[in-house]
Design a binder for this molecule. Structure first.
Ligand code: HEC
Length: 152
């Protein structure tokens, strides 16, 4: 072998050894990464995320405390649709139907105060607050106003 060939051979051996060492290092590094502590998420972070996505997974009860309409006044129509419609929309349980002027005439004549009382506390087949005790008094009154307006 000439001088040049042996230089070439030595260089080749160094390069090959370097590659082998590099390979071993990579394999060890891969092992360390793979067997290292598994990715753990802080439980407080998990519960925070759960809190934030909670409303999406919860079923909102229809008619439970509707949001006040713009201007701070309760939207009587919304309350009616959420709670009162079940009976007053259909006449179920002998309820005076909405818009049935004959059925509402005598009741309206009793005066709003009496009708508020009856709607809030119950009256014969009419359950207190229409059975939705979560409703605020003002919400029930607003619904009575709405029923009265439709029955005039
Ligand atoms: C479970 C059925 C039912 C629901 C729900 C219901 N009502 Fe009634 N309501 C009745 C019945 C039945 C009557 C008639 C009672 C009677 O005079 O015999 C009545 C009567 C009334 C009267 C007339 C009371 C009177 O003195 O003549 C008002 C006002 C009234 N309801 C308001 C409401 C409002 C407001 C809601 C919703 C918040 C509501 N009701 C939900 C059944 C219901």
């Amino acid at each position: 072998m000439g001088q040049q060939d042996s230089v070439f051979m030595r260089t080749m051996i160094i390069v090959i050894l370097g590659l082998v060492v590099l390979f071993v290092v990579i394999v060890i590094a891969a092992r360390v990464v793979a067997s290292g502590p598994s990715v753990s998420i802080d439980p407080t972070v998990v519960s925070k995320i759960e809190q934030q996505i909670e409303p999406v997974g919860k079923v909102e009860l229809a008619g439970a405390a509707p949001a006040p309409a713009a201007g701070g006044k309760v939207d009587g129509q919304a309350v009616y649709q959420g709670t009162c419609f079940a009976c007053h929309g259909t006449g179920a349980a002998g309820a005076p139907k909405i818009g049935d002027k004959a059925a509402w005439k005598a009741r309206i004549a009793e005066g709003a105060t009496t009708l508020y009382e009856h709607a809030l506390k119950g009256f014969k087949g009419m359950p207190p607050k229409g059975g939705n005790t979560a409703l605020a008094d003002d919400a029930v009154k607003a619904a009575v106003d709405y029923l009265m307006a439709q029955g005039k």
